[in-house]
Design a binder for this molecule. Structure first.
Ligand code: PLP
Length: 453
């Protein structure tokens, strides 16, 4: 059997992140201040983010050096392996070659520490001693708590209350790394107190948790705020995934025909695919197909509109041009597969708008079916998010069987599902329902998006 995994050594750890902004054949629409309707400047962001990250957000430099302390921490789990899914190929009886880049080897079990570590480093370097953030189920909060601990910073994580109560294990992970986790809405902020005054039993939401984390960082001199997806600098930090994968394909003497990744905010997808999209943009890999996969319950790219909208549900952030379902969109509670964000990273949206990447939406039962098939073939139990990608990979591989094509298909397996077994349980018990967001709900939420001309 040809090899199962391609392993790089620590010597092969990338020295620079790749910034796709340098290679875009079109300008990226500016981020707009909701009051003045003018592009925002560094000073608008300075209370919340360290200056280096504000610079990285807009830099046109193609390569940005990874600081040595960040690379040192990356060494704990990077370079990550690229696997060939031999057993899945056999099960599908496909001539296609299926590869996955495995990011579940990080301490937090997903790709998120790739940016958490970088962000904690820059906050520390610029004199902050604390970072606030929000988290839903806890994937981002746990990555940030790990990173803050590594650089001697305090992390304060506002966790959506219903998750805090129903999903204790990631909270305990955060606390184990020294993080302070607060159920949101909390009495600690103005935003939290206002919600609690109206509804003491509020289950919380990501939007409320963002407001609380931002408020605390804006008020306190010693505190910065941190985001786990969507922003340009976050996507750039994630490019270590694709840069390593490119090296691994070089070692194999292969180049992928199709790349697949799931999209919530778009960071793992971007991190994996942008270094390859560089080749597509330069004409070196014109035929490369790049597919973003989202849930039918939250179809930002496939059913949203490319408009200026708020980044958060509360309508407090700057306005970002993105494919959006409307910031007031609330995901259906029966949806078990994550990827619930109403918008999408502006860089991913711009590439989609220019037809450089494709997008598809998939239902949750077929997603879990693919996840279980993958687990039974390859052993690894994937998080429900990357299972979206697996579903599409299986489809592509079956099409290769039909047509007798030996294509190379690769996807990013961006996290393990060890904390998602409740969703697996519901799937295995036949309790998951497929759900497609109705057009009327989208139209309703889009009617509340502010007008920017
Ligand atoms: C957070 C998360 C996602 C969604 O975020 P992206 O920015 O789209 O990558 C997907 N998969 C896993 C495992 C995650 O932790």
């Amino acid at each position: 059997m040809p090899e199962t995994k391609v392993v790089l050594t620590e010597k092969d750890l990338p020295t620079h992140w790749y910034n796709i902004q340098a290679d875009l054949p079109f300008p990226l629409p500016p981020v707009i201040h909701p009051g003045t309707k003018q592009p925002i400047g560094p000073q608008d962001l300075a209370p919340l983010f360290p200056m280096e990250l504000i610079k990285q957000e807009v830099t046109q430099d193609r390569w940005v050096e990874i600081p040595e302390p960040v690379r040192d921490l990356y060494r704990l789990w990077r370079p990550s392996p690229l696997y060939r899914a031999h057993r899945l190929e056999q099960a599908l009886q496909t001539p296609a070659r299926i590869y996955y880049k495995w990011e579940g080897v990080s301490p937090a079990g997903s790709h998120k520490p790739n940016t958490a570590v970088a962000q904690a480093f820059y906050c520390r370097q610029e004199g902050a001693s604390r970072i606030t953030t929000e988290t839903g189920a806890g994937q981002w909060g746990s990555a940030l708590a790990f990173a803050c601990n590594a650089f001697g910073l305090e992390s304060k994580v506002y966790m959506v209350k219903v998750s805090y109560e129903q999903k204790p294990y990631r909270r305990i992970m955060m606390e184990t790394w020294g993080g302070k986790v607060v159920p949101s809405p909390s009495p600690e902020t103005r935003a939290g107190r206002a919600i609690l005054a109206k509804d003491p039993e509020s289950p919380g939401s990501l939007g409320i948790a963002i407001s609380e984390a931002v408020e605390e960082a804006a008020i306190r001199q010693d505190t910065k705020y941190s985001l786990g997806s969507v922003l340009n600098h976050v996507l750039m930090h994630q490019t270590v995934i694709g840069l390593e994968a490119k090296r691994q394909f070089e070692m194999l003497g292969e180049y992928p025909d199709v790349l697949v990744g799931c999209v919530g905010g778009g960071s793992s997808f971007a991190g994996f695919t942008f270094p390859f999209i560089q080749d597509k943009l330069s004409g070196k890999a014109e035929a490369l197909r790049v597919v973003a996969v989202e849930p039918t319950a939250c179809p930002s790219l496939t059913k949203g509109k490319y408009l200026y909208d708020f980044g958060d549900t509360a309508g407090t952030t700057p306005l970002i041009k993105m494919y959006t379902l409307g910031h007031s969109f609330i995901p259906a509670p029966i949806h078990a597969g994550g990827l619930r964000y109403h918008g999408m990273a502006p860089l991913v949206c711009a590439l989609y708008d220019h037809k450089i990447i494709e997008a598809v939406a998939v239902h949750q039962n077929p997603i879990f079916e693919a996840a279980v098939q993958f687990a039974r073939c390859e052993g690894i139990i994937p998080a429900p998010e990357p299972a979206h990608a697996i579903r599409v990979v299986v489809k592509e591989a079956l099409r290769c069987r039909q047509r007798g094509e030996a294509k190379t298909i690769a996807f990013v397996l961006c996290g393990h599902g060890h904390f998602d077994l409740g969703s697996y349980q519901r799937y295995l018990a036949g309790q998951l329902e497929d759900y497609e967001l109705p057009q009327s709900a989208i139209d309703q939420a889009l009617s509340l998006v502010p007008k920017v001309t």
